[in-house]
Design a protein around this ligand. Structure first.
Ligand code: PLP
Length: 382
């Protein structure tokens, strides 16, 4: 008889986004004359930039011709794109071609990489954070130790096998300074701990002193695996593309990850790759930066307002998110914003216990709607 993986039954029902969508629909049904501004969006909204469009058309032409058609891509992506990523994103950091794995998603890489590690590991995960880290470890039967701030790992000398770092963090938007990351890398080196470094929002970093890759820190290649995604960086959520760096210095993980890729995947979509390749090839990264600046401007407008009200700690934004201390239950505040102002937020409790009295807003709506939301709030937010 078949048996299921009982760990799946331990997963909490993730009703966060479906509940938000349902409440939005209810509001619109009950208030057909009213406008609703959705600041809960955790997805890009601007259309594909022109060099991506051009690249996809080029790729399609190549696939449509006998002499240039190619079938399955290599399991870790094509070298034409790998070379560009290494020469541009890792210009001053020595990474070998076979340490870079292009895939269709960071979510996939972050969850599947656990396959090559043993079960029952002790993993340190921040609260609040991107819920995928938690769920994927529950599925594997790992023991999760939540930390409030990364310094706590060192102060309490947490005995863990893996440390998850999301930098800049989703949902708090918080950016870790180089010194903190140096300390954590050194701790990981001392105690033989693996670091999973997720920098899905790296392209949003504004702080000139901040590091963009964990490998800017000495010896990080001995302990850290880095995940990056084109989803928010290049507006690629509908196309899908991401990459992961697994250094050869970390025991045999690079070889095992290669094995995992060749066993379970047949590589990323050629057209998705070609779209991004075209951006790098034609030196059009500025097109991506323009979209990111647009989202960041919206985020900064929201942040300025809540900073002025003493409800956020960060003055400058380094991500598309604003994490707001509402000093009330986050779902109660969700209904307060929705019913009194027609504004939709994401209740922080969906990201962990520490999010219980916070909400998350994003800069992914339009500039006009973001300004409109602030005008509405200014009138009488408590
Ligand atoms: N990592 C973080 C922190 C995210 O917020 C997200 C998406 O929201 C991802 C990874 C997923 O990336 P991808 O779209 O490449 O699966």
């Amino acid at each position: 008889m078949y048996r299921i993986n009982n760990n799946y039954l331990k997963l909490e029902n993730n009703y966060l986004f479906s509940k938000i969508a349902e409440e939005k629909q209810n509001y619109l049904r009950n208030n057909p004359e009213k406008e609703l501004i959705d600041l809960s969006i955790g997805d890009v909204t601007l259309p594909l930039v022109s060099s991506v469009q051009k690249g996809i058309k080029n790729g399609l032409e190549l696939l449509s011709c006998n002499s240039t058609f190619s079938g399955y891509p290599p399991a870790s992506g094509h070298d034409f794109l790998k070379n560009k990523i290494l020469n541009v994103d890792y210009k001053n950091i020595p990474i070998d071609l076979d340490e870079l794995f292009i895939s269709d998603s960071s979510k996939g890489d972050i969850t599947h990489i656990l396959d090559i590690l043993d079960n029952n590991l002790n993993v340190a995960i921040q609260d609040p954070v991107y819920p995928v880290y938690v769920d994927s470890n529950i599925i594997r039967g790992n023991n999760i130790i939540f930390y409030d701030s990364i310094e706590e790992i060192i102060e309490k000398k947490l005995d863990v096998d893996i440390i998850y770092i999301c930098n800049p963090n989703n949902p708090t938007g918080k950016l870790l300074p180089r010194e903190t990351l140096e300390k954590i890398v050194s701790y990981a080196l001392n105690y033989n701990i693996l670091i999973f470094y997720d920098s899905a929002y790296e392209a949003f970093i504004q702080d000139k002193n901040a590091i963009h890759s964990i490998y800017e820190i000495k010896d990080a290649k001995k302990v850290a695996i880095e995940f990056r995604s084109f989803s928010k960086t290049a507006g690629y959520t509908p196309l899908r593309l991401a990459y992961t760096i697994v250094p050869k210095e970390i025991s045999n993980l690079n070889i095992l990850f290669k094995r995992l890729k060749s066993t379970k995947y047949n590589g990323p979509s050629y057209l998705s790759e070609y779209g991004i390749y075209s951006v790098y090839k034609d030196n059009n990264l500025h097109e991506l930066k323009e979209n990111i600046s647009y989202y960041l401007k919206n985020t900064q407008i929201l942040n300025d307002y809540f900073y002025f009200k003493g409800m956020t700690n960060e003055k400058e934004v380094n991500s598309p998110y604003v994490w707001i201390n509402v000093k009330n239950d986050s779902w109660d505040y969700f209904y307060y914003l929705l019913n009194n102002f027609g504004i939709v937020c994401t209740p922080g409790s969906g990201f962990g216990k520490n999010g219980k009295t916070y909400i998350r807003l994003t800069g992914f709506n339009t500039f006009e709607n973001t300004l409109k939301a602030i005008d509405i709030l200014k009138k009488d937010l408590k």
